[in-house]
Design a protein around this ligand. Structure first.
Ligand SMILES: [Zn+2]
Length: 235
């Protein structure tokens, strides 16, 4: 933008974007599958796009790297992470441990407002599905799990879930079978129904099945470089 045009902008538009804002923009782009694993995040280009200093971009990238969402390579720069199949399995193992705990805590601290928040979120998901907005569906599916952790009221759990959801999203991107979905649409509803009834056992069971379904839809089988040609051509 030319300097003259910039001067006529209201003061609000002149305000520099904060680390949080840039972080959120990148986070959303990855969640919506607009930013692919392995994409280079050039400091200079990003500084230009967001109209901030390279130092600020470095700060954002360091934070994303700390959360394993971005990988930093000396001399080469920052790239959106590309989780390996082993890392992907680790993510699901961690989620199987954390998410039942999240649900237990949520049931123990449940209020009508929390259930309302969750139902509103489900509505947004359903709406995105009706509109056929695949990007929104992917983002909202991930955010559902983060919301559960936030409403459970443990900030450390919520932070971990946010990170794990992001890594799941990158994994789905990399290893998704062409027809698979990130989260089955009816299962979030079933989880909320069980939580609303304070049925911890059922909520946990559906959650674990839900995670099985997501992991099962990914092609995480170790490939030794030899494709199963029989299956490919005779299936
Ligand atoms: Zn889900």
């Amino acid at each position: 933008m030319p300097a003259t045009a910039r001067k006529t902008q209201p003061v609000r538009a002149e305000r520099e974007k904060t680390v949080d804002e840039i972080y959120e923009r990148i986070y959303a782009a990855i969640l919506e599958h607009r930013l692919h694993p392995g994409t280079k995040l050039g400091e200079e280009k990003m500084a230009d796009i967001f109209g901030v200093s390279r130092a600020r971009i470095r700060e954002v990238l360091a934070r994303l790297a700390h959360e394993q969402i971005v990988e930093l390579f000396p001399q080469r720069g920052a790239y959106v992470a590309k989780p390996t199949t082993e890392q992907a399995r680790d993510v699901f193992e961690a989620r199987r441990l954390i998410e039942p705990a999240v649900l237990r805590r949520l049931v123990d601290t449940l209020t009508t407002e929390k259930i309302q928040r969750l139902r509103q979120h489900i509505e947004l998901e359903a709406d995105a599905r009706r509109r056929g907005d695949k990007r929104a569906v992917i983002r909202l599916s991930g955010e559902f799990h983060t919301l559960l952790a936030e409403l459970a009221g443990n900030s450390a759990l919520a932070r971990s879930m946010r990170e794990l959801c992001m890594l799941t999203c990158l994994t789905i991107f990399l290893y998704d079978a062409p027809t698979a979905q990130s989260c089955r649409d009816d299962e979030h509803q079933m989880i909320i129904d069980a939580v609303a009834k304070k049925d911890r056992g059922r909520a946990e069971k559906i959650m674990l099945e839900h995670l099985d379904h997501i992991e099962g839809s990914l092609q995480l089988d170790e490939s030794n470089g030899e494709a199963d040609l029989e299956a490919i051509f005779r299936g």
